[in-house]
Design a protein around this ligand. Structure first.
Ligand SMILES: [Zn+2]
Length: 345
C-alpha cells in the first residue's frame, strides 16, 4: 500500500505573525512528522502544484479571488478579523488548494493508494464569498468540485473531524445530493454553526450530517460516533472518493479546542475511515490538514494517522462509551428518515 504525502516548506511563506495560533511553526511540526523513523520508506512525496484560477472559481466568487490577489506584495491585510495575509499569502493559498488537487489526482489516477496533503493556510471555514477563520480558499471543497468535474464522480463523501464546524464546506454543498458532508465538532465552538438539525436543503436534504459533541468527549466517544453513525451512513451512501478535512485540534492538548482525543483516537478514527473507503471505493481517501495548534500533539497525531494509512495495524480499540449513547440516539432521530442504516437498531 503506497501513501502519498503532499508537502512543501513553501507553506511557511504565509506569515500570520508571532502570536497567531495558525503559525508557520505548524509547517515544521508536519516536517518532523514526515521524518519520523517509523514512517521511513513508507511515504511517497508528491510536490504540490498551484491551483489554477478556474479551479478556485469552482467554489469561490471572483470578487473574493480578486481580494486575495490584491493582497499579494502587501505587508499585511485582513480578510476577516482573524484571517491575515502576508506578501506571499496569495501565492501560497494557490499552492495550498493545489496540494489537495495533487493528492486527489494521485489517488484517482492510481499512482498511490491514498494520500495526505498538508496545505497551509487551511480551508474548511472559507465560504464562496468570504475567507474566514484562518482559511483563505476552501481547499477541500475545491478538490471535491474538481473531482466531480474531472472524474465525473457522482458521490463524494467529505468527512470533517476538525474540532470546529466546517461551515464553508457545508455551505458549498448544502443543496447537493452528490456530496455528503459529515462533520464531528465541538458543540458551541467557533464558528457557531453545525447544529444537528442543519441537514441540507432542497435536493441536498439529508446530505449534510452534523454531530455536535459536548466538550470533553474523547477516544471512546469519537469511536462510538464513527462506528454507529459515520461508517454506516458512509457505507449506505457508497462514495466513489472520500475527502477528509483532518483537523487535529480535538486533541486533548490543543489550546483552541475543548475535546479529549489522543493520538490513539486519531489512529482509531483513521482505521474506521479506511474501512469505509475499502468497502466502497477501493480505499480511495485523501486527507487534507485543517487545524491543530499544539505543535507536539499535531506532529504525533499526524504520525499516528499516517501509520494507519500506510497499513500499520493498530489494536482494535474499544468504544465502551456510555456518554455517547444519547448523542447517537439524537443523530438517529434527526437522520433516520434519510438513512436506513440509522433505523435498524
Ligand atoms: Zn479547527
Amino acid at each position: 500500500m503506497t501513501t502519498g504525502v503532499v508537502f512543501t516548506e513553501d507553506f511557511k511563506k504565509h506569515e500570520t505573525g508571532r502570536r497567531h495560533p495558525e503559525s508557520a511553526g505548524r509547517v515544521d511540526a508536519v516536517a518532523r512528522a514526515l521524518r519520523d523513523p517509523s514512517l521511513r520508506d513508507k511515504l511517497k512525496p508528491l510536490p504540490p502544484r498551484s491551483a489554477e484560477r478556474e479551479e478556485i472559481l469552482l467554489v469561490h466568487w471572483d470578487r473574493l479571488y480578486q481580494e486575495v490577489l490584491e493582497s499579494a506584495g502587501q505587508k499585511r491585510t485582513h480578510l476577516d478579523s482573524d484571517t491575515v495575509t502576508s506578501p506571499d499569502t496569495a501565492n501560497v493559498a494557490h499552492l495550498a488548494a493545489g496540494s489537495v488537487l495533487t493528492a486527489t489526482e494521485a489517488v484517482m489516477d492510481g499512482e498511490v493508494q491514498n494520500a495526505f496533503a498538508f496545505p497551509r493556510p487551511p480551508g474548511h471555514h472559507a465560504k464562496p464569498d468570504k475567507s474566514m477563520g484562518f482559511c483563505v480558499f476552501n481547499n477541500v471543497a475545491i478538490a471535491a468540485q474538481y473531482a466531480q468535474k474531472r472524474y465525473q464522480l457522482k458521490r463524494i463523501l467529505i468527512l470533517d473531524f476538525d474540532v470546529h464546524h466546517g461551515n464553508g464546506t457545508q455551505k458549498v454543498f448544502y443543496t447537493s445530493p452528490e456530496v455528503l458532508f459529515v462533520s464531528t465538532h465541538q458543540s458551541g465552538a467557533y464558528p457557531g454553526t453545525g447544529e444537528l438539525l442543519e441537514i441540507g436543503k432542497d435536493e441536498g436534504e439529508g446530505f449534510t450530517l452534523n454531530v455536535p459533541m459536548p466538550p470533553g468527549m474523547g477516544d471512546p466517544e469519537f469511536l462510538r460516533i464513527f462506528r454507529d453513525v459515520v461508517v454506516p451512513v458512509g457505507l449506505e451512501f457508497a462514495p466513489e472518493l472520500v475527502l477528509v478535512s483532518a483537523g487535529f485540534d480535538a486533541h486533548r492538548d490543543d489550546p483552541l479546542g475543548g475535546m479529549n482525543l489522543t493520538r490513539d483516537g486519531y489512529a482509531g478514527i483513521t482505521q474506521e475511515i479506511l474501512r469505509l473507503a475499502r468497502s466502497t471505493c477501493e480505499g480511495k481517501v485523501v486527507f487534507a490538514l485543517e487545524g491543530g495548534y499544539d505543535l507536539h500533539a499535531l506532529e504525533k497525531s499526524i504520525v499516528a494517522t499516517l501509520a494507519v494509512m500506510t497499513g500499520e495495524q493498530t489494536p482494535e480499540a474499544a468504544d465502551f462509551s456510555k456518554a455517547a449513547e444519547e448523542l447517537v440516539r439524537e443523530v438517529r432521530q434527526a437522520h433516520g428518515a434519510y438513512w436506513s442504516s440509522l433505523r435498524e437498531s
